[in-house]
Write a protein that binds this ligand. Sequence first.
Ligand code: SF4
Length: 202
Amino acid sequence: MFEKIIQKFKENNISVIPVENNEEACRKVLEIIPKKSSIGYGGSITLESIGLFDRIKSGDYEFYDKSKAVYGSEEYFKLVDLSQHVDYFLSSSNAITRDGKIVNMDRTGNRVSSIIFGPKHVIIVVGKNKIVDDVDSAIERIRNIAAPLNAKRLKLNTPCVKTGRCMDCSSPDSICCSTVIIHKQFKPNRITIILVNKDLGY
Ligand code: SF4
C-alpha cells in the first residue's frame, strides 16, 4: 500500500517501516532502541496516543521526560537541551509528502532542530492522515489543520484557535515560527519513519 512513498523516502536516505496499528508501532520503535539508550522527544499527540511514552517510562532507558516540568521553565529547557544530544529522538510530523519529504512547523523549534541535527538517530511515528502530495499541500495542512488544533491544545491566544483556520497572524503566541523541510538525509537511515496505517494525531 505504501510502496511508492517508501521508495521515494529511500531515495532520500530515509527509511520507512509500515505498520498496521498502535501496538505494532510501539513494538517496532522499542525493537530499534537498545536498552540503556538516552531518549528525548518533541511534543506529540501521536506518540502519547499510541502509548509509547508509558512503555518507555517503564523500560530500561535514560528518558528525558519533559512532561514532569512546567512548560517554559528552566527545568523544561534543560530537558530540551539534553534531548538535542540523545541516542534516539522521538517525534511525529505535521506532514510527510508522497515525494519523500518531511515538513514541520514549530513554535520553540526544539523538535525541528533535533530532527535536522544532534541526536544520533531520529524515529518519527506518523499516521496515514499526515500523508500529502507535496510541500505546498503540507503547508496548507499545517496552517489549516495542525496549527489551529495545536494552538488550542496549548491554550495559546492566536486567531486560528477561534476560526479553525490560519489567519496569517503575527501574534506573540504564534505556533508557526519555524518551517523546516527535510528534503534528504546526508547520513543514510539516521531518520526512520514508522508509518502507521491509521489516522493519528493532527
Ligand atoms: S500563523 Fe497564526 S493564525 Fe496562522 S496557523 Fe499559525 S498561529 Fe495560527
